[in-house]
Every structure is written in structure tokens, then in C-alpha cells.
Design a protein around this ligand. Structure first.
Ligand SMILES: NC(=O)C1=CN([C@@H]2O[C@H](COP(=O)(O)OP(=O)(O)OC[C@H]3O[C@@H](n4cnc5c(N)ncnc54)[C@H](OP(=O)(O)O)[C@@H]3O)[C@@H](O)[C@H]2O)C=CC1
Ligand SMILES: O=C(CO)COP(=O)(O)O
Length: 311
């Protein structure tokens, strides 16, 4: 594999980790953050640009990148797991890849998503991930560039499903964190993860994603990782709310971003507008808003109308 010039946008936990993976493969790596570095200088000769910016910074960074002269062959990769609300009820929320594609219509956009807790990868532990794009050649280029003996990268043509899996699981991870914080046991956790996956698939297929994608690494895989690890910031939000802390205090003390807090808001707006059943996400929303205690959220889920497991 030829060595590439790779620019990572965002020097947070994930950007720094991806920079390490890319550097270990011998690529020429530039890690850019808002605090330092001139975008024009770093982007000029980039083969790959990987954005690991959190959702709240995506539009601002995309706008800056859009003002810079970029080589025509540059492939953009988005690793953000978030949703941006839109103002109209007729429009779906925007995914990070859609924001990148709108600003850079002539460049291939690739989504990177999977069960990738950054601290484990930084320790050199093995992990797998998925790259997805409408441009299969671009996805294959990113796969080859990032794959190593510590990081196995698969391709998937379902870009929407791969991006949504990594995003929607954060809401369920908050619910599961609360379940563990309340010490509700393994049966309850298994029920939440399984019914959470059903909820993710319901939303994802409404959006147009393929259901089978959600059983892959970027769906079930990432759901299992985040719901089973105290390293997950989203899990931590739920866990600490269940310990009686306020959301403000939890976020203030959290190391890094918990995208699920914003994603829950955007998802609930969509679910209400489009009448998509997301009972777990609804309880997470009420919990985050302080409208319900974790114990009352559990009771509300247990006492719902009787349902068949599969429709
Ligand atoms: N950590 C992980 O294990 C993984 C995280 N992700 C996803 O990657 C994204 C980043 O996560 P992570 O690195 O952990 O988060 P951190 O909180 O560690 O870092 C946040 C990143 O977002 C950037 N950022 C924040 N606000 C703005 C803004 N207003 N304008 C521009 N840039 C901004 C920061 O940029 P700057 O460097 O300039 O300060 C920083 O790079 C999230 O969407 C997350 O879900 C995906 C896979 C794994
Ligand atoms: O997405 C992640 C792991 O794949 C990181 O999870 P958290 O954002 O909850 O820490």
C-alpha cells in the first residue's frame, strides 16, 4: 500500500487515536485542531481528510474547509457520530456525511464507524470498523489506508445504515448506562440492548437504510461496545444520572463529548413528527430533561401496552 498524506481534523480523543493508527502505518499525518494549524497549508496536498470533529463543530469546520483550495483527488472521511436538526418538519435531520457532501459535491465522502472505544485502540488492543461510501473505490482506498494488525476495516455500501448505526446506539447506551447505574441486572440489560436494537432498526429503515447493516459492526457491534464499557461517555451519562447527578454536573465532569445527549433531542423530534415508535429513546429524552426519575422510566417501559415481539 502506498503511503498517503492524511489530515485529521479535530484533535480530540478520536482524532488523536486515528492519527496514531495512520502514523503507525507509515502515512504522513497532520493533526489539525481549531487551536492551531492553518487549514490551507495542511489540506493543500492531502490524499485523505478524516474529520473526527464532534457534531456541534461539523458545520463550522465544513465551512472553513469549503473555503480552501483542495486537490481534486482528495477523499473525505467522516467519523462523527451525531445528527444535526433541521428546522422544517418535512426534512430529515442531517447526517455529518450529508453536510460534507453538500459542501464538497465533487469529492468522495466516506463514513467510518464501528465499535471503536478510543482508549482501547490507544492501548494497541485489536478493533474492527467499517467504511461506507457511495464511491466504492474511495471506500476501498480508506480501507487499505487504515487497516493494520490492530485495526481491521471492512467496507459496506450502505452509507446511511453505517452512519446511523453508530449515531443511534448512543441513545440506547445512555439507557443501558442508567440500567447498570440502578443495578437492574443482566436480564434487564439484555432486554434493553435487544429492544434498543429493534428501535434503531425501526428508525434506520424508515430513513432508508438496510436492516441487515444494523446487525453488523457499526450497529450491533457498536451497541455492544458502548453498552458494556465504562469507557463510553454515553453510557457514563446514563450511569451517573442513575446515581442521582444532574445532567449539567455529569456533562461538566465528563471527559469529552457524549453525542447521545443531542442525538436524543433530534431523534425524538423526528419520531414525534413521523410517528416512529421509539419507547426507550422517549424515556431517555425525559430522563435527560429531568422530567422523570430513572426508576420511573423503567416502570414506564415495563408497563407499556402488550406487544408482539416482531411485527
Ligand atoms: N472517542 C471515541 O471513542 C470515538 C468517538 N467518535 C466520534 O468522534 C467525534 C469526536 O469524538 P471525540 O474525539 O471522542 O470527542 P472529544 O470531546 O474528545 O473531542 C471533540 C472534538 O470535536 C472538536 N470540536 C468540538 N467543538 C467544536 C466546534 N464548535 N468547532 C470545531 N470543532 C469542534 C474538537 O476540536 P479541537 O480539536 O479543535 O478542539 C475535538 O477534536 C464524536 O462524534 C464521537 O461520537 C467515534 C468513534 C470513537
Ligand atoms: O462511539 C464510540 C465507540 O465506538 C465511543 O462511545 P462514546 O462516545 O459513548 O464514548
Amino acid at each position: 500500500m502506498s503511503q498517503r498524506t492524511i489530515v485529521i481534523l479535530g484533535a480530540g480523543a478520536w482524532g488523536t487515536t486515528l492519527a496514531g493508527l495512520a502514523a503507525a502505518k507509515g502515512h504522513s499525518v497532520h493533526l489539525w485542531s481549531r487551536q492551531q494549524g492553518d487549514l490551507q497549508t495542511v489540506l493543500g496536498d492531502a490524499d485523505l481528510v478524516i474529520s473526527a470533529v464532534s457534531m456541534k463543530g461539523v458545520s463550522a469546520v465544513v465551512e472553513q474547509v469549503g473555503q480552501v483550495a483542495i486537490a481534486s483527488h482528495t477523499v473525505f472521511v467522516t467519523a462523527t457520530k451525531g445528527l444535526a436538526a433541521t428546522s422544517s418538519a418535512d426534512t430529515m435531520p442531517l447526517l455529518p456525511s450529508q453536510i460534507w457532501q453538500a459542501a464538497l459535491p465533487s469529492h468522495p465522502i466516506v463514513v467510518l464507524s464501528g465499535p471503536n472505544l478510543s482508549q482501547e485502540i490507544q492501548q494497541g488492543l485489536p478493533a474492527a470498523s467499517v467504511v461506507a461510501s457511495h464511491d466504492r473505490a474511495a471506500a476501498a482506498t480508506v480501507q487499505a489506508a487504515l487497516s493494520s494488525n490492530a485495526f481491521r476495516v471492512y467496507t459496506n455500501p450502505d452509507m446511511l445504515g453505517v452512519e446511523l448505526g453508530g449515531t443511534l446506539k448512543n441513545v440506547i447506551a445512555i439507557a443501558v448506562g442508567a440500567c447498570d447505574g440502578l443495578q437492574l441486572g443482566t436480564n434487564a440489560k439484555a432486554a434493553l440492548v435487544t429492544r434498543g436494537l429493534a428501535e434503531i432498526i425501526r428508525v434506520g429503515t424508515y430513513w432508508g437504510a438496510k436492516p441487515e447493516t444494523f446487525y453488523g459492526l457499526s450497529g450491533l457491534g457498536d451497541l455492544l461496545a458502548t453498552c458494556n464499557s465504562a469507557l463510553s461517555r454515553n453510557y457514563q451519562v446514563g450511569y451517573q444520572l442513575a446515581q442521582g447527578k444532574t445532567l449539567t454536573d455529569v456533562i461538566a465532569q465528563l471527559q469529552g463529548t457524549a453525542e447521545g445527549v443531542n442525538t436524543t433531542q433530534v431523534l425524538i423530534k423526528l419520531a414525534n413528527e413521523q410517528a416512529i415508535a421509539v419507547p426507550i429513546s422517549h424515556q431517555v429524552d425525559r430522563l435527560l430533561k429531568g422530567d422523570i426519575t430513572p426508576q420511573a422510566a423503567v416502570e414506564a417501559l415495563m408497563l407499556r401496552d402488550y406487544k408482539p415481539e416482531i411485527h
